[in-house]
Design a protein around this ligand. Structure first.
Ligand SMILES: [Mn+2]
Length: 299
């Protein structure tokens, strides 16, 4: 029988009973090394729980921010679609970057969005010691309000100690608002840095420039028209803290390009893949990789 298979099965079984004394009893001689490793893992796991509370884990939710968000009313608040009047519709032709910048400009930089995570996420605890991160945001001719809402939402909804910096990487934009006006605005946020390419480089080289100057322990890439939701960062950093070679991707929700309503992506949790023309596609998680708890990470 395959040793990996046996060990995985045993691990799950012992995890439930929390008894690791008898592991060696059931190990055959050539599997002993493997079981000792599992035993170490189990002892550690056992010690992590003192009076039912996991030791070294914490609730990273910012309940004060959540409360403030709940109270907000106004254009686009609670992630609701912006209701356009007939007068607005005349201006609606004003589109940039593939979305309605006119509507974006009507919505607060600090707008609230609904917490549409799986309910189990609300009670999850993550390591109390997490690495900090450089959030790298490449952009080219991004709209003023969409770029600033990205920065504000990251600062509003991330534990400050986990944000080493936010690096805005300008890929040779020519829009005036992204020059001195942006630099003047960002003076109020000491954690925000602006770096610029010397010629048009494209998305990937722009990201790499951000990575080169980053000072954080972890590198996080975000698009320049994002809104970070409740407790978005700790679960991502927690997986990397467990294994530094891990690359993580969050659940990505949708901001409607026209009315800026905030909602979940069709089909919920899916894997990312490329088709034969190298177009990115979302494909269902194979049943053998599906987790019984949908809030748990999947590969
Ligand atoms: Mn994008």
């Amino acid at each position: 029988m395959n040793a990996d298979f046996i060990s995985a099965e045993t691990y799950n079984m012992r995890k439930d009973t929390e008894s690791c004394n008898t592991l060696k009893d059931i190990a055959t001689e050539n599997q002993t090394t493997k079981y000792i490793k599992i035993e170490v893992a189990l002892v550690r796991q056992k010690n992590e729980y003192i009076n039912d509370k996991p030791f070294g884990k914490k609730d990273w939710h910012d309940y004060e921010q959540i409360r403030k968000d709940h109270e907000k009313t106004g254009n686009g608040e609670q992630g609701k679609p912006f209701q356009m009047t007939d007068a607005d519709r005349v201006d609606q032709a004003y589109r940039e970057n593939g979305f309605n910048i006119y509507v974006s400009d009507k919505i607060s930089f600090n707008r609230s969005i609904p917490d549409i995570r799986h309910p189990n996420c609300k009670s999850k605890l993550y390591s109390e010691k997490l690495p900090n991160t450089s959030v790298i945001i490449p952009f080219h001719n991004e709209g003023w309000s969409s770029l600033l809402r990205t920065v504000h939402s990251v600062l509003n909804r991330s534990p400050p100690e986990l944000i080493a910096e936010i690096v805005l990487v300008d890929d040779f934009s020519d829009k005036e608002h992204l020059k001195k006006r942006l630099e003047d605005y960002m003076v109020r946020f000491p954690k925000v840095r602006i770096v610029r390419t010397k010629k048009r480089e494209g998305l990937i080289r722009t990201r790499m420039l951000g990575a080169t100057v980053a000072i954080g322990e972890v590198i996080t890439f975000l698009d320049s028209h994002c809104e970070a939701n409740v407790n978005w960062l700790p679960p991502l950093l927690d997986r990397i803290a467990q294994n530094r070679k891990t690359i993580v991707c969050p659940m990505i929700d949708v901001i409607d390009h026209d009315h800026f309503g905030y909602e979940t992506q069709a089909g919920d949790a899916m894997r990312g893949a490329f088709d034969w023309e190298m177009f990115y596609k979302r494909i269902p998680i194979p049943s053998e990789l599906q987790n019984s708890d949908p809030s748990e990470p999947f590969e």
